[in-house]
Each structure stands twice: as structure tokens, then as C-alpha cells.
Design a protein around this ligand. Structure first.
Ligand code: NZQ
Ligand code: ZN
Length: 385
């Protein structure tokens, strides 16, 4: 097992009637920004519940955070925060709104010239406003981690940052509110969470059996419960199981003491930046291609994954690893998620642009063991044309 440090300070309130519990965790008299997206919180009753619970606070509502939240919108919110002396951000919605809250919280206290440098230049965050979330969409794990991914419309870039200052102070996880999700977003959530686990699990063996079993527990639960939540988002038990699985997939626990990859995400972010493809769908395209491009290097873990998740026990090692890839693709496709670039009108010119971008950023050895070179990126995507 590798050395590790684990820290996660997020207080989780999970289930029904949880929003009222948040009051002790916001200092009295604090001015609050209620941050939201395109308005789903008005339809599922979440906004009304929050407003009722926060009736003794001054609350400024700021809506319009986009899926794949933009730097431009975030900076408008920073302006409001400064003008109104806001001291706490409550994000209500999915990962995009929570990620936006994290960036806004850091940008509001940023002392340099342009907060974009937090993303583009990796300038460390040294302070952030307190933030919290009310989650209505199981997918990203943002509710219990320190990461955020922000897009810049003017340059077509999508970049991530992480800081210990941007953990939510608390997160209220509401499976009930997720009942109004379109099936497409449920499918996205299952696949995003699934690939989060794979990025931390499907590398190479380091004799970390507990972490492997924990990762496999999340994968198996997603395979069992994901399709039920997809078929019927109002199935409370299935949605609750999906939501907790998605949170566990990316709250730092699974990465303790094991190598990570994350190059599927890095490549996927470019597909969103260039084509606007939903985050999870980009992962469903890239993951099988990257496995095929790094077949020998990933084989040992692919065989373990195939055996423990998909009961693949017959055939040669190559046949087992190959079957594991095929079963994964079938699982994604069973949720209505296509896995080829051509399914999204993307082609060879997109591959050229992505490879050129990674080279210009000097991202030459990404992921597990630095295996994801520009040549591997090209091969992985060409295999998914
Ligand atoms: O904007 P509203 O009106 O709220 O509608 C949203 C949005 O249109 C809707 N929605 C959310 N809850 C709903 C609902 N509709 C009906 N009923 C509900 N209960 O769903 C749409 C998608 O929301 P979004 O927040 O964009 O989805 P998701 O949670 O999948 O977040 C995706 C973003 O998170 C980033 C992605 O890159 C992407 O930008 N990620 C963040 C990560 C992190 N912070 O750790 C890790 C991930 O790998 C990912 O990169
Ligand atoms: Zn993801």
C-alpha cells in the first residue's frame, strides 16, 4: 500500500426532512447567497424548503449557473458577493452549482489579478468563503470533496482545481428531490460515479485489498441500483442507494493508499470543451478507448474487475480483460449512453485539437504511471471514432 493522508471535514445530512438541520452550522447574522442553476429547485420544492429554513437570514438568490459552470457567470456572482457583503454560499442543485460555489468562494477572497489563474496557472487557494450544498443530483461527489471544474466560454477551456478551503461545510443529500431528474441525468450520474471509481481502482495492483473491495462495493451497487433509479427516478430506495454510492465514489476514501489515473477525465473535459458533450458521456467514450490503448498495462486489474464485477471467469487472460471492457460498454449503452465519437458528431479533427492542446500545456505523461502520452490519447480516441 502507498503512503497517504486522508482528511474530509464535510458534515453529511442524508435523507428526508434534513434541510432544517443546517441552522446551527451558519453563524447568525451571516448574509447568505443561495446559488442555483436553471431553476430545477423551484420545481422540486427545494427552493421553498431552503427559504423557509433560512427565514431569519438575509438571503440573496443568484441563479443561472450553467451545466459545466462558466467562469463568466461565476465572476458575476463574485461581484454580487462583494457588493452585498455576503459571507456564506449555499449551493442547491447538481455538481455544476456546487463546483461554481467552490470557485466563487475562492475567487471572492483571491488577492491576485485574475482568479482564472487558480485554474489555468494552478495558483494555490489560500482562503475561501464558507460554502455548503443541498444536493439534488447524484453524480459528481462534489458535495463531499474539494474539487471543482470550471469552463471559460471565451477560450473554450474546461479546467479543474482543488483546495482544502473549498470542502463544503455541510451537504444535505436529498434523494427525494432527485425524483424530478430526467432519465438522461440519472444515466449520467451512474456513469460518472462508475468512472470515478475506475479512475482510482483500475490502475495496477499495490496490495491494497480493502481499498479494492471498497471500490468494488461501489461498482457493484451502481450496477445493481443504477438501472433501477434510471428506470424510475421516483424509486426512493434506488435513488438513495445511487446517491450515497456517487458520494462515496469521490470523497477521497477510495484513493487512500492506491495510485490514481484521471486521464479519462482530462481527455473527457476536452470533449466537453470542444463539443459540449455531457461530462459523463465523454467518460463513456474515453474509458473503453483508453483501456484498449493501454491493454497490456491495465490487464491485471481488468481481469480482477471482470471477475469480481461481471463474473468473467472463462477464457485466456486476454479474453477475460477484453470481455470486461465489453461488459462495461454494454452497461453504459444499457443506460442510453453512446460510446463512440461519431455518436456525438465528433471526428478526427477533434482528436488533433485535443492532442495539440495537451502538448501545448506540456501534459505529456498523464495518469497512472504517466502512461497517457499524447500518442496514447490519440490512439484511445481513434479507437472510439
Ligand atoms: O440547473 P438546474 O435547473 O438545477 O438543472 C440541472 C441541470 O440542467 C438538472 N438538475 C439537477 N437536479 C435536478 C435537475 N433537474 C431536475 N430535477 C433535479 N432534482 O440537471 C442538469 C445537470 O446538472 P449538473 O449540475 O450540470 O450535473 P452534474 O451533477 O452531473 O455535474 C456536472 C459537472 O460537474 C463536474 C463536471 O465536469 C460538470 O461540469 N464534475 C465535478 C466533479 C467534482 N467537483 O468533483 C467531478 C466530476 O468528475 C465532474 O468533472
Ligand atoms: Zn466525473
Amino acid at each position: 500500500m502507498q503512503d497517504f493522508e486522508f482528511y474530509n471535514p464535510v458534515r453529511v445530512f442524508f435523507g428526508k426532512d434534513q434541510i432544517s438541520k443546517i441552522i446551527p452550522y451558519i453563524e447568525p447574522g451571516t448574509r447568505i447567497m443561495l446559488l442555483y442553476g436553471g431553476g430545477s429547485i423551484f420545481k422540486n420544492g427545494v427552493r421553498d424548503k431552503i427559504t423557509e429554513v433560512l427565514k431569519d437570514f438575509t438571503v440573496t438568490e443568484f441563479g443561472g449557473v450553467e451545466p459545466n459552470p462558466s467562469y463568466e457567470t461565476c465572476m458575476k456572482a463574485v461581484g454580487v458577493i462583494k457588493a452585498e457583503n455576503i459571507g456564506f454560499i449555499l449551493a442547491a442543485g447538481g455538481g455544476s452549482v456546487i463546483d461554481a460555489a467552490k470557485f466563487i468562494a475562492a475567487a471572492a477572497l483571491y488577492r491576485g489579478a485574475d482568479p482564472w489563474d487558480i485554474l489555468a496557472e494552478k495558483v494555490p487557494v489560500t482562503a475561501a468563503l464558507p460554502l455548503a450544498s443541498v444536493l439534488t443530483l447524484p453524480a459528481t461527489g462534489s458535495e463531499m470533496n474539494k474539487n471543482a471544474v470550471i469552463s471559460r466560454k471565451s477560450t473554450g477551456e474546461k479546467l479543474a482545481f482543488a483546495s482544502q478551503y473549498t470542502f463544503p461545510r455541510f451537504s444535505v443529500l436529498l434523494p427525494e428531490a432527485a425524483a424530478t431528474l430526467p432519465q438522461r441525468q440519472v444515466a449520467n450520474g451512474v456513469v460518472d460515479a462508475f468512472v470515478h471509481v475506475l479512475e482510482q481502482y483500475l490502475t495496477y495492483p499495490v496490495n491494497a485489498p480493502l481499498q479494492d473491495r471498497q471500490a468494488e462495493a461501489v461498482l457493484l451497487t451502481l450496477v445493481e441500483e443504477g438501472p433501477k433509479a434510471y428506470a424510475n427516478p421516483a424509486d426512493y430506495d434506488a435513488m438513495a442507494n445511487l446517491m450515497w454510492s456517487a458520494t462515496m465514489a469521490l470523497n477521497g476514501l477510495l484513493s487512500c493508499g492506491v495510485p490514481g489515473d484521471w486521464s479519462v477525465h482530462s481527455i473527457g473535459h476536452e470533449l466537453t470543451a470542444f463539443h459540449g458533450i455531457d461530462h459523463a458521456r465523454t467518460l463513456a467514450i474515453v474509458q473503453p478507448g483508453l483501456w484498449k490503448a493501454l491493454f497490456e498495462e491495465k490487464k491485471e486489474k481488468l481481469i480482477q474487475y471482470g471477475k469480481r464485477i461481471w463474473n468473467i471467469t472463462e477464457g485466456s487472460d486476454d479474453e477475460k480483460a477484453d470481455a470486461a471492457i465489453r461488459r462495461t460498454v454494454d452497461f453504459f449503452e444499457s443506460l442510453g449512453i453512446r460510446t463512440r465519437l461519431s455518436d456525438y458528431n465528433a471526428g478526427p479533427e477533434t482528436i488533433d485539437k485535443i492532442v495539440a492542446r495537451f502538448e501545448s500545456r506540456n501534459w505529456l505523461e498523464m495518469g497512472d504511471r504517466g502512461l497517457t502520452t499524447p500518442g496514447v490519447v490519440r490512439k484511445a480516441l481513434e479507437l472510439q471514432l
